[in-house]
Design a protein. Structure first.
Length: 345
């Protein structure tokens, strides 16, 4: 089977733009050349990658599965010049951190800033998407921050916190004057809902039905940040992750507790071959940031650091040094002892 790198790049460019014409600006080839590359790739693979709808190319199920496997390879290939420059200049490799979109609004940038300022760590930040097959392979990322459960991955999973969702309301709205909001009060307002494919939607719908007043959304979105933006514009009210909602505080969005708590579990996806010291440092910065932003809306699990260290040490025996838990220094942002209690702090 012949698979050329230029074919894979053309395939990814169409996945990114939706058309062969759009892909030409990325791969610097003409539209007929791009089309021939895709035909060559499909012939070599023995299955169809796209179906055509008008001028747009729609990926097939096989195409999506294939893309989930080749995207990490191409991402690493794109990073080769940077890796070579790091080797040339005797710099350490970046810590590759990924996260779901709603966590990229506040939690991840704040944690990255904190670790960069204290440790001087070089980062590469990536995006993970639930809807596209098997998301992360171990060659593509060191640490990801996601909402659990997250089944589309082969990385090790560790829960680290439970976060209580909040009602997000425009500051001028009558409900903003209340300390706690009942879900039935939100259901009677213009409601901005997450799509039914999102992790939180079913939980919110079940709570509303249980309260006897199901939601009838005026808008549905797959993005929590978009929902908060619409709340900031006074379009309606919503239910949001509290850390994401906090980044809209200056936009006039207030967050209020719900009478019946709805919760989401945060977790780490960890590459067993990653440098343990950096993983533990970053994990600490993420947990500390979650506590500082969400306050008593978040319940963390102190044992997560011990669980990560134990799992990575079990899978990859290491000599004392960068990958040895005993070398993890409290002054560098991590614990010198681990708590066996898995309960809240």
């Amino acid at each position: 089977m012949e698979i050329r790198l230029e074919w894979l790049k053309a395939f990814r460019a169409i996945m990114q733009t939706g058309t062969a014409t759009g892909a030409t600006a990325i791969v610097f080839r003409t539209q007929p050349q791009v089309s021939r590359m895709i035909s060559g790739l499909e012939h070599s693979l023995g299955f169809q990658l796209f179906t055509r709808e008008g001028r747009r190319l729609i990926p097939t199920v096989d195409g999506l599965r294939f893309y989930s496997h080749i995207e990490p390879l191409l991402s690493n290939f794109d990073r080769l010049p940077g890796f070579a420059e790091d080797i040339k200049e005797k710099r350490g490799r970046p810590l590759v951190v990924a996260a779901e979109p709603f966590l990229l609004g506040n939690l991840v940038p704040s944690s990255v800033e904190s670790m960069y300022r204290s440790e001087g760590t070089k980062f590469a930040i990536d995006l993970c998407v639930r809807e596209i097959g098997l998301w992360v392979s171990r060659s593509n990322v060191d640490l990801a921050i996601v909402a659990l459960p997250f089944t589309q991955t082969d990385l090790e999973q560790f829960s680290f916190a439970e976060v209580e969702l909040v009602a997000t309301i425009p500051e001028a709205h009558p409900l903003a004057s209340k300390e706690v909001v009942d879900i039935t009060e939100l259901a009677s307002q213009p409601f901005i809902a997450l799509r039914q494919t999102t992790l939180l939607r079913s939980q919110i719908d079940v709570a509303a039905v249980g309260a006897g007043k199901p939601f009838r959304p005026i808008i549905e979105t797959g993005s929590g940040a978009t929902a908060c933006e619409l709340v900031a514009r006074g379009v309606g009210v919503s239910i949001s992750d509290p850390i994401l909602a906090s980044s809209f505080r200056d936009r006039g969005v207030v967050a209020r507790r719900l009478t019946v708590p709805l919760k989401v579990t945060y977790g780490f996806l960890v590459n067993p071959s990653a440098a343990l010291t950096q993983i533990l440092q970053m994990a600490h910065h993420v947990v500390d940031t979650a506590i500082s932003v969400a306050g008593d809306l978040v319940t963390t699990q102190p044992s997560v650091f011990e669980r990560i260290a134990g799992a990575l040490a079990h899978q990859k025996p290491g000599a004392p040094g960068d990958d040895d838990p005993s070398s993890y220094d409290r002054s560098a942002g991590g614990p010198d002892t681990f708590d066996d209690d898995d309960g809240p702090v």
